[in-house]
Design a protein around this ligand. Structure first.
Ligand SMILES: *Cc1c(COP(=O)(O)O)cnc(C)c1O
Length: 808
């Protein structure tokens, strides 16, 4: 049911402005109007949220609890208006009140409570869970600062704080009456009572966790779910005893300590640092969440025995893995259950999604840290570890496997192994990735308990990533594929396939892309002051900067093109624009050097008259959800060029495909499944396959050999040493490729091995681009077959195969 007409919306917005800011619409700023819009929609969602909760309780439905350290939500105003079916009404009401809807939407800061794909996935799944009427809650931390804002200063990344809450807070409702106490440190005391051994955690430091709830409306339903973000507070902000003893500073210190927990989101993507504050963050949000869930369950059912029948806890990577010992703690210490019963319930409640096979990203915590910070949790982990070790030993009788699968080993706690032991399901995020988990990374655990291992290929919210951000394409699809059916059934996109021979449809598709490119060029001019050529190929690589994602391979190819142009100024007939966007973890030195290199190359090419109207490189600063939203509709080529076997799934690849970009990529992550639906003829594949990568590494990979043999390759690798017109040289990157550095092998990610094949794919792509009709047809096929990458499909698979909850 649409909650507003344009008229009632105008009236309600006017009232909100009056009540909150004492202003009439003609006095209000864009900021105030943005807040008023958020508050008005928030009210509707609050009311529907109550209805949803009552219905769920009445029907005693099983609930999904989705725990993730990251939710990369982006903006919510347009999205919520879209899902509530009032977007056109809101735009009209704003206009009638004297505002530009576009300006109001632009006011909203991104809620960047995440790094990249993992956090964005969690956000897309929230949308699908609500849309599918699944009673689900997301849980995370209410970080004061989201992911840093990136500025490029003299070619280098500079990180600035992201104060998203100034306006982003408008969506949040604090629920102090549902606060929970989380305990850190202290000592354990054990005593016998009634024939039972009790353990109490004494002298602990307690931190209060206050929920701040954000409502998540579904599309085409009145169902509204919640994203619960925990905020820490000192338990006694006014510790009068300390104040009266004159210990003013100590009292203030306690408050600062508590609040430091939610200060920042860790900006590391696929790399774990093992920092003490990070462990505190994890336990803080896990403990608050589990207490909140179990308290509500007890209030409703009066027993914990059926907990697993009414709740499922999905953990997004190992970051929330402490739910396993925390649920054990609650069941044993707080409800008096014995170990075996508690373990049976826990291992039927928790499900774990793995997101990476990179060794440096598998979480390990120093045992010492756990022991000091979380003494009771440490005790429980030790017991889980001992029992698991016994089970493995009795199954394999192989000390090597016992060591490999151990949870506690050599002074470290291995979180992935804890998850294998304590979960009912373990899933990878693409067919290839799950294969690698089953046959390699988790092979031994999989042989022992094969039923636990499942695949759920990632998906994206196609309403946001197509319909909402690409109105031109949306209206073409509505015209061709049965109106808005595709919004609730993404597989309806397939109907587009039957227009592959229709010249007028292909032309219209080309025209839509052209307009989106012009719109993006305008955006780039306004925000960055660069002039883009809409006649050139928009060839895009946007994602976190990581060596395995191989932005450097893209750069090497561009250098090769540039050098060819030096030899022959007519070598390029089709103008080509390479667009990059990427943040590097602040401590990841090599990644930052690659950003510096892209900027050097941009500068070099921009100042070389030979390249004019032929070749351009642009580094787009501060890549984030709202930038992706203007870029995806304008993209023509999607660079998905990770070393095969390293990218678990990728979701950027899916956003591009849905918006009609063609993929240049390796057979990695979800690209494999993309290839299955598209065939070789609708994408540009290159490079070694995952098994060939492994084989080459086994046999001993010698990049110098390729460097010596391939003249083109040698010349562009040498260009790194020579450097560019800005005077910056890249000897370090040259060394890393040919000889290795900092403990990493020479060309760890096989750039040189895939270089020739990559150049060929780019050449084939540029040739295909010249035939506009063929290109548009390939683009049409990409859109038509992208339906399987809708998050609705992924979430239904979780619901049917792992959670066993009903859905629409
Ligand atoms: C989708 C998305 C990602 C993930 O991109 P990959 O190419 O899959 O790594 C990262 N950041 C943002 C802002 C995104 O929207």
């Amino acid at each position: 049911m649409r909650p507003f007409t344009t008229e009632t919306l105008e009236k309600t917005l006017t009232e909100k402005l009056m009540l909150n800011f004492s202003k009439t619409p003609d006095e209000a700023t864009d900021q105030e109007m943005m807040k008023a819009c958020a508050l008005v929609l928030r009210d509707v969602m609050a009311i529907r949220g109550v209805e949803t909760r009552k219905k769920t309780n009445r029907e005693q439905r099983k609930r999904v609890h989705y725990l993730s350290m990251e939710f990369l939500m982006g903006r919510s105003l347009m999205k919520n208006a879209y899902n509530l079916d009032v977007l056109p009404q809101l735009k009209e009401a704003l206009s009638n009140l004297g505002f530009k809807a576009g300006d109001i939407f632009e006011m909203e800061p991104d809620a960047a409570l995440g790094n990249g794909g993992l956090g964005r996935l969690a956000a897309c799944y929230l949308d699908s869970m609500a849309t599918l009427d699944i009673p689900a809650t997301g849980y995370s931390i209410c970080y004061d600062l989201g992911l840093f804002k990136q500025k490029i200063v003299e070619g280098e990344q500079v990180e600035l704080p992201d104060h998203w809450k100034d306006l982003g807070m408008s969506w949040l409702v604090p629920k102090p009456e549902e606060a929970q106490e989380v305990r850190f440190g202290g000592t354990l005391r054990e005593f016998w009572d009634n024939g039972r051994l009790h353990t109490v955690n004494e002298n602990a430091t307690t931190v209060l966790a206050v929920p701040c709830d954000m409502k998540i409306p579904g599309f085409g339903t009145d169902h509204v779910n919640t994203l619960r973000l925990w905020e820490p507070r000192a338990t006694s902000p006014m510790d009068m005893s300390l104040f009266s003893r004159g210990e003013y500073l100590k009292a203030a210190e306690e408050e600062a300590m508590a609040e430091s927990i939610s200060k920042v989101l860790y900006p590391d993507d696929s790399h774990e640092e093992g920092k003490s504050l990070r462990l505190k963050q994890q336990y803080f949000f896990v403990s608050a969440t589990m207490q909140s869930i179990t308290t509500k369950h007890m209030a409703m059912y009066g027993t914990m025995k059926n907990f697993h029948e009414k709740n499922v806890i999905q953990i997004n990577d190992t970051h929330p893995a402490l739910v396993i010992p925390e649920l054990m703690r609650i069941l044993i210490d707080d409800t008096g259950m014995n170990w075996d019963d508690a373990w049976a319930i826990t291992t039927q409640s928790v499900a774990y999604t793995n997101h990476t096979v990179l060794a440096e990203a598998l979480e390990r915590w120093p045992q010492k840290l756990m022991e000091q910070r979380l003494p009771r949790i440490w005790q429980i982990i030790k017991e889980i570890s001992a029992r698991w070790q016994k089970k493995v030993d009795e199954y394999y009788h192989d000390p090597g496997k016992t060591q490999y699968m151990a949870i506690v080993w050599d002074g470290q706690v291995r979180m992935a192994n804890l998850c294998l032991a304590g979960s009912m399901a373990v899933n990878g995020v693409s067919a290839l990735h799950t294969d690698i988990l089953r046959n390699d990374v988790f092979r031994d655990a999989c042989q022992m308990e094969p039923w636990k291992f499942k695949n759920v290929t990632n998906g994206i919210d196609h309403r946001r990533w197509l319909s909402e951000i690409n109105p031109g394409l949306d209206s073409l699809i509505r015209d061709l594929a049965g109106g808005d059916e595709y919004l609730s059934d993404a597989m309806a996109l397939q109907k587009l396939d039957s227009y592959a021979g229709d010249k007028s449809v292909l032309d219209r598709l080309g025209e839509i892309k052209r307009q989106n490119k012009e719109a993006f060029a305008l955006h780039a001019k306004k925000t960055r002051g660069v002039i883009l050529d809409p006649n050139s190929i928009f060839d895009v690589q946007v994602k976190r900067l990581h060596e395995y994602k191989r932005q450097l391979l893209n750069v090497l190819h561009i250098i090769a093109l540039y050098q060819r142009l030096q030899d022959d100024p007519n070598a390029i007939t089709q103008p080509h624009t390479f667009l990059f966007g990427a943040k590097a973890a602040p401590g990841y030195v090599v990644a930052k050097r690659i950003i510096r290199l892209i900027n050097s190359l941009e500068d070099q090419i921009a100042h070389d008259p030979i390249c004019k109207d032929k070749l351009q490189v642009v580094f787009l600063e501060n890549y984030r959800v709202s930038l992706a939203e203007v870029l995806m509709p304008a993209s023509e080529v999607s660079q998905q060029i990770s070393t095969a076997g390293k990218e678990a799934s990728g979701t950027g690849n899916m956003k591009f495909m849905m918006n009609g970009a063609l993929t240049v990529g390796t057979l990695d992550g979800a690209n494999v499944e993309m290839n299955q639906v598209l065939g070789e003829e609708n994408m540009f594949l290159f490079g070694l396959h995952a098994d060939e990568v492994q084989q080459l590494k086994r046999e001993g990979y010698v990049p110098q050999r390729l460097y010596t043999q391939n003249e083109t390759l040698r010349r562009c690798v040498d260009a790194l040493r020579t450097g560019f017109r800005d005077g910056v040289t890249y000897e370090d990157l040259y060394q890393r490729l040919l000889f290795g550095s900092g403990g990493s092998a020479a060309d760890e990610y096989l750039l040189l091995a895939d270089f020739a094949s990559y150049c060929q794919a780019e050449q084939d792509m540029a040739a295909a681009y010249m035939d506009r009709e063929r290109w548009n047809r390939m683009s049409l096929h990409n859109i038509a077959r992208s339906g399987i990458f809708a998050a609705d499909r992924s979430v239904k698979e979780y619901a049917d195969n792992i959670w066993h909850v009903s859905h629409r």
